[in-house]
Design a protein around this ligand. Structure first.
Ligand SMILES: [Zn+2]
Length: 457
């Protein structure tokens, strides 16, 4: 039923406040009776932000359900952050609080101390002048809002029994404490989020709408897929302690907010992270700086190379060494400016060939030979393959050298640590041990200390 002579709900008033005002208006002493009248159930817990029993109170007071839900609760904001907004709406319309916790999927973990009820001393005075009574404002109640965005003063927090309907103090002589800039900015951002959802403005696409990951991208904080969490957490904690005197975001929550698309948490946490990221300065795009520097150096070397060619030097290798660039680099410049360069094949005289083969026979590494003779590694390989048996001989040479090293390593280990068992020697010099095991087993077993008998004596 709808009661007669019900006063209207005031702008920005919470459902809880409306109930408290009607309780006073009806001069009711018993809170249970008021609960029964307005919500059809007693006792009932009515939260300042996400109240229950909206269908019932709408009927009892002649208000529209949607008006109450959209403009007098934080349903709009939470609907944007829960996994199932319809379930949240149903829970809020019904009288049973059972599903609200599930439906809102917004654990209060870490922000319980931001709960309670809040009022602004200056709003109290203003409302009394305008309406004759001071009431609870919805915009003061959201977790994270610590100041009045109309008067720029800090809100006063009080603990309220949600089963009793009580109005804020009707008098507060203090003129309020001026709020900090950061607290005000955050309060405005939180309320802006709510009003964007409330009026469902699809065109309202500000930076923060993209969420933390979009903001990180705009601030150039990504390195590949990663974000420097240490830097980020420092900024988060600094601002959190400044505004709330404690840390509201754990590293785990921040990580999930950035990397998980289906991570649901209290909207205040999400918005607070956006708030911090929005204040971060844009990181210098290192890549473009590096590229500029890289291009400058490239240009310098190009001039240097051209300079050598102009001096009449037309050999690629010495030029390459002088400018400390690859042969291909100096070759491409020679081609670009039409310099006729000497081709390498010219340089491989029978002398050089003989030296390469001699070095190869001595077991010198291919790369060393190539470097010393100023030829490519593949040229050295070509000569090695051209001499029958040389390739195999080199392999044997390498094997002998490896055997020498492995044996020495085993002997050293045994003389340094005579107590070691076979098992521990294997552990200590695994690579050498395994090489000997595969290629030099007889010597290995002759050399190793006697195997210990496993059976107990
Ligand atoms: Zn105020």
């Amino acid at each position: 039923m709808t009661y007669e002579f019900v006063p209207p709900i005031y702008p920005d008033e919470t459902i809880y406040s409306y109930a408290a005002r009607l309780h006073v208006y009806w001069a009711e002493k018993n809170h249970r009776k008021t609960a029964k009248r307005l919500f059809g159930k007693a006792p009932i817990n009515i939260d300042q932000r996400l109240p229950l029993g909206i269908e019932h109170i709408a009927r009892a007071t002649g208000n529209e359900v949607d008006t109450l839900l959209q403009h007098h609760t934080f349903y709009p904001l939470f609907s944007g952050f829960v996994s199932c907004p319809i379930a949240l709406k149903e829970a809020m319309l019904s009288k049973s609080g059972k599903n609200l916790a599930n439906a809102s999927s917004v654990a209060q973990a870490g922000i319980a101390s931001l709960g309670g009820s809040r009022y602004c001393p200056l709003c109290i005075e203003r409302d009394k002048l305008q309406y004759g009574i001071a009431y609870w404002h919805l915009s003061h109640q959201l977790q994270g809002v610590t100041c009045c965005t109309t008067h720029d003063v800090e809100l006063v927090q009080v603990e309220q029994c949600t089963r009793k309907f009580e109005l804020p103090p009707q008098q507060d002589e203090s003129n309020g404490v001026i709020a900090s800039k950061d607290a005000l900015r955050l309060a405005r951002l939180l309320l802006r989020f709510n009003s964007d959802f409330e009026f469902n403005i699809p065109d309202c696409r500000e930076d923060y709408w993209g969420g933390p990951s979009e903001l990180l991208r705009l601030k150039n904080q990504y390195r590949g897929q990663n974000v420097d969490m240490a830097v980020l957490m420092e900024a988060v904690n600094l601002l959190s302690e400044k505004v709330f005197n404690f840390r509201i975001l754990s590293e785990n929550v921040v990580f999930n907010l950035i990397h998980c698309t289906d991570y649901y948490c209290h909207p205040t946490k999400h918005i607070f992270l956006c708030f911090v990221l929005d204040l971060l300065s844009v990181r210098q795009p290192e890549t473009s700086v590096n590229r500029d520097l890289h291009n400058q150096i490239l240009e310098r070397d190009r001039f240097k190379t051209i300079g050598y060619y102009q001096l009449g030097i037309n050999q690629l290798r010495p030029t390459s060494r002088e400018v400390n660039r690859s042969v291909n680099y100096v070759k491409s410049i020679a081609r670009q400016i039409g310099v006729k360069y000497q081709k390498r094949t010219k340089f491989i005289t029978p002398d050089i060939e003989a030296r390469i083969i001699a070095k190869a026979k001595a077991g010198v590494h291919r790369q060393t030979i190539a470097y010393e003779e100023g030829v490519s590694v593949s040229t050295v390989e070509l000569f090695i393959n051209g001499v029958l048996g040389l390739s195999e001989k080199r392999r044997n040479l390498r094997k002998e050298s490896r055997r020498k090293d492995a044996r020495q390593s085993l002997l050293n280990t045994m003389s340094n640590l005579p107590e070691l068992t076979r098992k521990n020697i294997k552990k200590a010099i695994y690579a050498d041990y395994m090489w000997l095991y595969r290629h030099d087993k007889t010597w290995l077993y002759q050399t190793l200390p006697a195997a210990r008998n496993r059976t107990k004596l």
